[in-house]
Design a protein around this ligand. Structure first.
Ligand SMILES: [Zn+2]
Ligand SMILES: [Zn+2]
Length: 353
């Protein structure tokens, strides 16, 4: 089979690997869609042979240049290993994958938060273990989640990281009671945040420095848009909320300026969720949090049960998950696909097999 690897310095290579076979408790998924995620760029941009920050973070055990990338997998179960019950996976089943694996026995792993494993550095498929930009993908059977018939393979891929990340943060923000939320960044994660927050009943103010992305946000239901490159974001947020500020904020860009605006734009008793990875950010805890009763939290993706719940939510609320994709690629187009993603100006890309 073929798989996409990142040799370093913004290069891609399509490498031939032996077709994987399932060991006990394992499943082989025939890939139908494998999404491209903004976080791929940390790995794509790594210098050749160097130990960059992202390489250290990902605790690579194998040579990163020979690791198959991609961590938004969706496809069909092609083979199951010994001891895999029918309840977990069946050949021919349409499936998503929760793209992490840990010790399987600690409290975090048992509740589906394997990326937070207490006992070992978790496997993060596509980062420190072979990922899904390939024809086949081998994973423990417990990572498999059913893909509802109503959702496309591409939608299942998006829910597997980008879209699911916004859902996980919004779930913790409890937007189901309405209120106004500012969604910072309207890339694939932020756009999904706009879609889900609207479906949860919130009034959405979308922010991005790209007018093109703001136009997409409008299309996906944003009530108001702000371009912080043109207008002062905090004043604009106050103007749109009777001078009070927003009930909630979801920050997806990781930009220091956006993080600070997200906090300053909150009303008293407001809550901010942060999912975008970025540079260390100085926060005035006195003025911006304590004296305004502000709550902020960080949110890393979602648990396996939340991923399944996100897929059901997308079906029940007729979320146009596929609408986020602007580019569909063949594995052979990896070079072109990542060169475009690197510019961080387009919508979302996905490899389809
Ligand atoms: Zn991702
Ligand atoms: Zn664990």
């Amino acid at each position: 089979m073929l798989g996409i690897v990142f040799p370093g310095d913004r290069e891609t290579a399509l490498v031939t690997f032996p077709d994987p076979t399932p060991g006990p408790g394992e499943v082989i998924v025939e890939m139908k869609a494998s999404g491209m995620c903004g976080s791929d760029l940390h790995l794509y941009r790594q210098p050749k042979g160097g130990t960059s920050v992202s390489a250290a973070m990902s605790k690579n055990t194998e040579d990163p240049a020979t690791l198959i990338r991609g961590h938004e997998p969706c496809g069909i179960v092609a083979a199951v290993g010994a001891g895999v019950s029918e309840r977990l996976a069946r050949v021919g089943q349409r499936v998503m994958v929760h793209h992490y694996w840990g010790c399987a026995v600690c409290g975090e792993c048992r509740t589906g938060w394997t990326q937070l494993c207490e006992n070992e550095a978790p496997k993060m498929y596509g980062t420190n273990a072979h990922g899904s930009h390939a024809h086949y993908f081998k994973v423990p059977a417990q990572t498999i989640l059913p893909l509802p018939d109503e959702l496309s393979f591409e939608a299942g891929a998006a829910i597997g990281c980008g879209s699911g990340t916004s859902y996980g943060a919004l779930k913790r923000l409890r937007m189901d009671g309405g209120g106004t939320i500012a969604v910072f960044g309207q890339g694939p994660v932020g756009l999904a945040g706009t879609q889900f927050a609207k479906a949860m009943g919130a009034r959405v103010i979308a922010l991005d420095i790209s007018d093109e992305r703001l136009a997409m946000a409008k299309k996906f239901g944003a009530d108001e848009i702000i371009n912080p490159a043109k207008d002062d974001a905090v004043s604009a947020l106050k103007d749109l909320t009777h001078g009070r500020g927003t009930d909630a904020a979801l920050e997806t860009s990781g930009a220091v300026s956006a993080r600070l605006e997200a906090i300053k734009g909150l009303k008293r008793w407001g809550t901010g969720a942060f999912v975008g990875i970025g540079a260390p950010t100085p926060i005035d805890i006195n003025l911006d949090m304590i004296l305004r009763q502000v709550t902020i939290f960080g949110s890393v993706t979602f648990s396996a049960p939340w991923q399944e719940e996100c897929a059901r939510f997308a079906v029940d609320h007729k979320i146009d998950v596929d609408g986020i994709f602007t580019h569909r690629w063949a594995l052979e187009q990896a070079d072109e696909a990542y060169k475009l993603l690197d510019q961080q100006a387009c919508g979302k890309g996905v490899f389809v097999m």
